[in-house]
Write a protein that binds this ligand. Sequence first.
Ligand SMILES: Cc1ncc(COP(=O)(O)O)c(C=O)c1O
Length: 446
Amino acid sequence: MRYWSTRGLAAPVGFQEATLQGLASDGGLFVPEIVPQLDLAALKNLDYAQVAWRVMAPFCDIPEADLRALCEDAYGPKYGGAPAPLRADPWGHVLELFHGPTYSFKDVALQFLGRTLNYILTQRDERCNLLVATSGDTGSAALQSVVGCPRLTAVVMFPKGRVSPLQQRQMTTLLEPNTHCLEIDGTFDDCQAILKELNRDAEFKQRMRLGAVNSVNFARLLAQSVYYVWIYLQTGEPLQVVVPTGNFGNFLSAWLAYRMGVPTRRLALATNENDIVHRYFRDRVYERGQVHETLAPAMDIQVASNLERFFSMAGGGDQVAGWMAQFEKTGRVETPPLEGPEMVSGRASRGEILQAIRDYHEQVGVVLCPHTAVAWHVARRLPQLGPEVVVATAHPGKFPEAVAEALGRPYPGHPALEALRDRPQRVVSLPAEAKAVKLWLEGLSN
Ligand SMILES: Cc1ncc(COP(=O)(O)O)c(C=O)c1O
């Protein structure tokens, strides 16, 4: 299987190279040349790890026995809990993706991706430094993804004093030899600007072998598509899901499962007030707006990187490079309707998120995280077509302030996260300057 860049200028590469590079050298995203069709009957009654390697095998140039071992290790006892249990509720099911080491759906992909990168690097006798900018949530999942992966080092930059104390502790109490936290004296945008500047420095990027594990990496989407196949295998019903999304990665993974042949009734996406993808699905106009701070902060973005991948895979073909150039220049692009099953969208305001947490708790006795509450709010307003699955992307204990505000009483949070309070922390403070981070990284490799 070869992977092409959405911008059409970079040479096609295999899965392993696409996973190592993350972003293509022409600035585009890697997409597979074809989407192989699943043999769904052969997946019945298998456990999650077995489904995962069988779904991913046709996309990967990794020998089957090795891929199987990677999935069994990623989704076995070390994962913590079940990767994707379905909990029944009065409207269908909630897919709980927060039973991994950092209590976020990101673990589902990153526990696989860390091991896979380590495997690829071992074959090549190379090492790689994963440099990550985080506004809170991705950092801990990226750090946890390299535990036990000696070929990888993860370095997370976060803005000093601007991530929640709980999120900070989740990162800084991990004291592995290959995990490092840099607190940057600036904003999240400063952290991202530093990341971009260091990645633009081709000589430095090559010398330090910088890698990317955000959802621009196709392997992450592939690993996430598995849980949508899993939903179909568990319910036996055509997919009808509501997906909280920001960067469009979580939703595109559902669309990928549809393209692999999973019977699909409806894919719904749910955003907070940062509704760029909701507006795109309503009007076919991709137009940048202002970033709003919300109670579902992991979805506070206005450029949905994976939409470019959707444009390319859903029929945009050669036009995508032009569309993206126009978007980068003017902040706006209109597209014709693209391929897919019924796709709908909705958004939730701050008040609606709080109300959804309250209502779900009253009616079911279970607390949702604010991101999941966005999806549940949207689900309740869609035309009802029968049972549906709401995708739950984080444990509510990661967002105790928002939950407490919704319920009107203190919310204790997750006991394992509370226990981090007394643990020693390790963090390096640096100014918001690319050269300071560069110097620090160079010291790391000596
Ligand atoms: C808790 C949570 N829910 C949902 C999302 C949305 O995922 P994506 O932006 O990949 O679609 C994120 C992304 O960071 C998240 O952290």
